[in-house]
Design a protein around this ligand. Structure first.
Ligand code: ADP
Length: 507
């Protein structure tokens, strides 16, 4: 319980609401696992703290056991007991927090979307720090993520440093500024923070409602390092249009703010060893792609008569950010152009889910289009492998992982030039980009015409010159999207912050 690092390198503790593959809704889960593993490989001691959700993928946790200590943590004026479980996920040590609170905070059958999310995650953030204090951990870096664990930053400086948990610098990564978790200021009091003191314009007060507090703003103000998940998005959020109300806050803390492009987990996403595929393949032997295409078509009941018929995939949460109107349009346009379309997606927004269910029903027995409206990890792997192209027509995209996964599987991305897509997909026809970096098809304007132009160019390339297309597939599959270089950038930020702290404590 109180093990301390014995090797050189930093002691880094991630406090997060997601970690792939055990508890994942989107990219955040991939980042916690992928960055954690890469930092561990670089010789750092990395630990993760997660809620113990009822709906976790328990089979991916090794050696899970409950500790014989109970951590008592403050909330709503009293102390609540928490069971602490440990286990190993992807080779990383993880603490799982199981509150003994009558609210059954993490027994809801889903990670988010509950009426009391603010309460659930402010509670969790506090227990996570309480655990570190009681376990006598002396981390160099505590890394929190998104609004759910943004509370860690003010809790650390306001409450836990005075209690003696004072070895760490705080890093906060915002994976998407759309989600800020604002709530009436009084709700902050439950986790022990002083709402009166923090509901100030230069602290946690929401920039557009002076009776609400904003956890993401609080983490920007109270962290030593603030990052987001791509250089282009880091620029976009500094403008009034992209910052979702936080641009002024980000600008006034710009010295500690950086954009680092996510990597992908190249072990989990490897077509040469992927057990979800019908046939494994690699850049030097891409024939397996055709057999996976055949397998997917059979699985979904699509026509298999022409192996050269282009297959367009889309794997996404169906939310406005992802350009749902362009996704819908893409289905029809692909069919008009003679292609096949497979959508794997699900929506937390009921009217969007219904709309796509209607479209799905319309194409139920269609030979060339299929909509699978659920979350399905196994199917996602097969679609990446089987498709010739993957569309990502996002309105905004902090980083985006699907374009990188697609390229690793030889599916050519068709993307809108925004956020992390702009940092990872370069148009094959863009003369301003050196030839060796051009890897996909991009468009700027988020309308049907803009999208059509990119899709049509992709179809022309595919149809007219099989050899050039094959070269493009092989080139994309060889690009290094591993976490290695991104993790080095985090490492550098961590090390600088730790050195600054040591220098400050000496002077
Ligand atoms: P976001 O985090 O905004 O959802 P990202 O592109 O960063 O978008 O990450 C999406 C991740 O979730 C990828 O790993 C993708 O394969 C996966 N994903 C999205 N929708 C589904 C789905 N319906 N089924 C399986 N995996 C999905």
């Amino acid at each position: 319980f109180t093990s301390s690092p014995t090797r050189p390198g930093l002691h880094i503790i991630h406090i997060a609401a997601e970690m792939a593959p055990v508890a994942k809704v989107g990219g955040l889960g991939d980042v916690v696992a992928g960055l954690g593993k890469a930092l561990q490989e670089k010789g750092h001691l990395v630990e993760i703290v997660l809620p113990k959700y009822d709906c976790m993928q328990y089979e991916s946790i090794k050696d899970m056991k409950v500790l014989d200590v109970v951590v008592e943590s403050y909330f709503d004026g009293r102390l609540y007991k928490n069971n602490i479980w440990t286990g190993t996920v992807e080779g990383l040590p993880v603490y799982f927090i199981e509150p003994q609170h009558p609210g059954k905070f993490f027994c809801r059958g889903q990670l988010y979307g509950e009426h009391d999310d603010f309460k659930r995650f402010s509670f969790f953030s506090r227990v996570a720090l309480e655990l570190l204090l009681q376990a006598e951990k002396r981390p160099d870096i505590i890394h929190c993520h998104d609004w759910q664990t943004a509370f860690v930053a003010p809790l650390y400086w306001e409450i836990y440093v005075p209690k003696g948990l004072d070895s760490a610098r705080i890093c906060f990564t915002c994976h998407n500024f759309e989600y800020q978790g604002t709530a009436p200021a009084s709700e902050l009091t439950s986790c022990g923070l002083d709402a009166y003191h923090l509901n100030k314009p230069d602290r946690m007060q929401d920039n557009s409602a002076n009776d609400r507090i904003n956890p993401v703003k609080g983490a920007i103000v109270f962290s030593n390092i603030v990052t987001t998940v791509s250089p282009t998005y880091a620029q976009e959020v500094r403008s009034a249009q992209g910052g979702k109300g936080l641009h002024a806050t980000i600008n006034s803390h710009s010295k500690k703010f950086a954009g680092i492009l996510n990597g992908i987990d190249t072990d989990a996403w490897n077509p040469a060893s992927d057990n979800f595929l019908k046939v494994q393949y690699s850049a030097s032997d891409i024939d397996g792609k055709i057999q996976n295409k055949e397998a997917l078509r059979r699985l979904l009941g699509l026509s298999s008569s022409d192996f050269r018929q282009p297959l367009v995939g889309c794997i996404t949460r169906l939310v406005p950010q992802k350009g749902v109107h362009l996704i819908r349009h893409a289905i029809y346009r692909t069919l008009e152009l003679g292609g096949q379309f497979v959508l794997l997606g699900s929506s937390p927004v009921p009217h969007i889910q219904r709309e796509f269910e209607d479209i799905g029903n319309h194409f139920q027995n269609h030979e060339h289009a299929r909509l699978v409206l659920k979350y399905d990890e196994a199917l996602s792997h097969l679609i990446y492998a089987a498709s010739d192209m993957l569309i990502i027509p996002s309105i905004f995209e902090p980083c985006g992982l699907t374009q990188m996964i697609a390229m690793r599987y030889g599916s050519i991305p068709i993307t809108r030039k925004t956020g992390g897509l702009n940092d990872s997909v370069f148009d094959v026809d863009d003369d301003s980009i050196p030839l060796q970096f051009r890897n996909g098809f991009t468009f700027v304007t988020a309308d049907e015409q803009g999208f059509n132009n990119a899709l049509e160019r992709a179809f022309n390339y595919y149809m007219n010159n099989a050899e050039t297309w094959k070269e493009l597939v092989q080139k994309d599959m060889s690009i290094d999207f591993s976490w290695d270089s991104s993790a080095s950038q985090y490492e550098e930020l961590y090390e600088k912050a730790v050195l600054r702290a040591r220098a400050a404590s000496r002077s």
